[in-house]
Design a protein around this ligand. Sequence first.
Ligand code: IPE
Ligand code: IPE
Ligand code: MG
Length: 224
Amino acid sequence: MNPLNHVAIIMDGNGRWGLKYKNSRNAGHKAGLKTVEEIIKETIKNNIKYLTLYAFSTENWKRPKQEIKFLFNLLENFLINKIEDLNKQNIKLKIIGVKNFSSKLNKLLNQSEIKTSKNSKLQINLALNYGSKFELINAFNKLKKSKKKINEKNFLNYLQTKDIPDPDILIRTGNTKRLSNFLLWQLAYSEIFFEKKLWPAFSKSDFNRIIKEYRKIKRNFGNI
Ligand code: IPE
Ligand code: IPE
Ligand code: MG
């Protein structure tokens, strides 16, 4: 049975779900947050140490202003209402991506990270204004400036996922088979599951089915 330390998720399909069932993309984002909470619970039950959630990409700024505003309001309220609870559950929150939001949200994100920094049950990496290409170029530049030898070990120190093991599993919901600029380096050997269901419809039984399937896969890492 394969060990499982890290699950990464591209939570796609909120907008389509919202339009289909509530006639509003934003209602889909709200419903997607319920799925996030359910999957966090399930991650803990499965004793998984890292959960990385793609919440907003560097490309998502192309969306209409009102949708972006809604998304960040949702996040703000989530943090205000839930950070104590996450902290009590011994969950550590880490933001990956560039924090260039409103000063209120930046502060809230920093406070949430500091508050939970010593926690050890589960680490949630929330990818916000995250783009893998930016992360890689930034890392290369920093490594070059350091004058250290350019090798894999030194390079890893400059990724935002420093000290985080690579994802064992990548799940993308929403019936689309692409990576959308997510963890291009880190996913080199991950087992990838593209799910038809839209994120708000994704359930704990879907999650557990994927884990069960993953456990049985023969992971070669180039070996035989
Ligand atoms: C993913 O759902 C969530 C974010 C990108 C914030 P989408 O909003 O992309 O939903 P669809 O793909 O349009 O249905
Ligand atoms: C990927 O979903 C980003 C997140 C889930 C945050 P998108 O809906 O933005 O991806 P594309 O644009 O369809 O590739
Ligand atoms: Mg989408």
